[in-house]
Write a protein that binds this ligand. Sequence first.
Ligand code: KIV
Length: 268
Amino acid sequence: MKNTIQNLRQKKITQQPFSMVAAYDATFSMALNQAGIASILVGDSLGMVVQGQASTLPVTIEQMVYHTEAVASANLRAEEPALIIADLPFMSYATTESALTNAAMLMRAGANMVKLEGGSWLAETVAQLVERGIPVCGHIGLTPQSVNKFGGFKVQGRLPEQQKQLIEDAQQLDRAGADFIVLECIPKTLASTITSSVDCSTVGIGAGNVTDAQVLVCYDILGLSDNPARFVKNFISAADSDNPIVDAFRDFNQSVEQKIYPAAEHEY
Ligand code: KIV
């Protein structure tokens, strides 16, 4: 089955979780295609894992375009191309006007969907993007572009009033037309409530095995991260073949599809 938005959303109904991996170049794009990964996220996490910055804030729209082109051009040559999602970087969607202009740049670079961080305040922008034919992935919970507001990369949604707000945020993004919503670093019980209260598909990272999909950064899957977060699993250690990198991605894919990953030790 082709990795279209429609087909991937259908998996929520049939309760078949799908996998997404954040990657930033043509070589990883090809390895992920070979492993059968449904979706590749060109994440602004590249600011940290490629550029070595302390946060995602320095990443520019030009850099996102460059990496999106690299991933998308290799993906196009795949037998079963993945769905490409590209991040709108910090402050590139501060107004609806700038969101439309910058999202258009990412779509021209080869993205099939754009991702932006934030809740209810973004609903109008999401609706405008969707109306103009640009599919949207929301992102709530630990939104790394707000790291200064949070005082660090911390689990979100532990308090009842935060939980209420996050449920409301997800519902507003859903109503505005978002196809996917990333739920990052929130308690599993909250992720479960959000997933069952929206029509769109939720994509978890540090949100337990209750979301409609799972996303991890490619280097985390390969055990290359310094000081990995609780939700990270090194899949390379289980790989034993001529191509351990593709095998690690394949293992991640199967573990997500079979709901083996994330396990209880990866939850909050
Ligand atoms: O930028 C990124 O890679 C992300 C994922 C970690 C969800 O937003």
